[in-house]
Design a protein around this ligand. Structure first.
Ligand code: AMP
Length: 215
């Protein structure tokens, strides 16, 4: 199965994608994760990407496409893949079609996790993590016992640069302007676009995703 997991930042694509990947035994390919890894390793690609990510803007297609092509072509993706965070605009969707066509493959479905903007902002802008033991909190949903300090080790919690509220709002705007048109692109081509309500429990969303994929 070649699946695109679609939705605004904070819609739950990472969580749901990881569950689907283990259920179907295929890799989840997250361009955001690949970029963050490149940034933390300080590679040339990471250095180029960082300023766009911190500002909530899309990283240029030229940086993204080679990275995705390598993974989609790789042995790990032979039985299928789940793309998370890609394609993010229509030119990326066109480029993906070109890559897959050259491999004799296609996109089987696009699953959209639908979540209201206010929920997304609380999920992302509320996120804090511990730089020492890597524990993750949310100041709205799973706050630490002591103000912004890790329950496990007492370190001061930190927030990712692109998780700040103004950046989250920019990321949402970019999603509406550049990413949502990708859905019309797939609908016009007759690819199944499956809408799933993403504002429920992880298990409920997963169950609906799985049932919409088999039907
Ligand atoms: P994510 O974790 O998917 O929300 O991605 C975090 C950031 O990485 C985004 O705000 C973009 O700056 C960048 N990014 C991730 N995937 C893409 C993509 N397909 N195209 C352009 N930029 C991307």
């Amino acid at each position: 199965m070649n699946l695109i997991l679609f939705g605004a930042p904070g819609a739950g694509k990472g969580t749901q994608g990881a569950l689907l990947a283990s259920r179907y035994g295929i890799p989840r390919i997250s361009t955001g994760d690949l970029l963050r890894q490149a940034v933390s390793e300080g590679t040339a690609l990471g250095q180029k990407a960082r300023k766009y990510m911190d500002a909530g803007e899309l990283v240029p297609d030229s940086v993204i496409l080679d990275m995705v092509c390598e993974v989609v072509k790789g042995d790990g993706a032979r039985e299928g893949f789940i793309l998370d965070g890609f394609p993010r605009n229509v030119p990326q969707a066109e480029a993906l079609d070109g890559m897959l066509c050259a491999l004799g493959k296609s996109v089987h479905a696009v699953a959209v996790l639908d979540v209201a903007d206010d929920v997304v902002v609380k999920r992302i802008a509320g996120r804090r993590s511990c730089p020492s033991c890597k524990a993750v909190y949310n100041i709205y949903y799973e706050p630490p016992r002591t103000d912004e300090r890790c329950d496990n080790c007492g370190s001061a919690l930190t927030q990712r640069a692109d998780d700040r509220e103004e950046t989250v709002r920019r990321r949402l705007q970019v999603y509406r302007d550049q990413t949502e048109p990708v859905l019309a692109y797939y609908r016009e081509r007759g690819t199944a676009v499956l809408l799933v309500r993403g504002d429920r429990s992880v298990d409920e969303v997963q169950a609906e995703l799985v049932s919409s994929l088999v039907s």
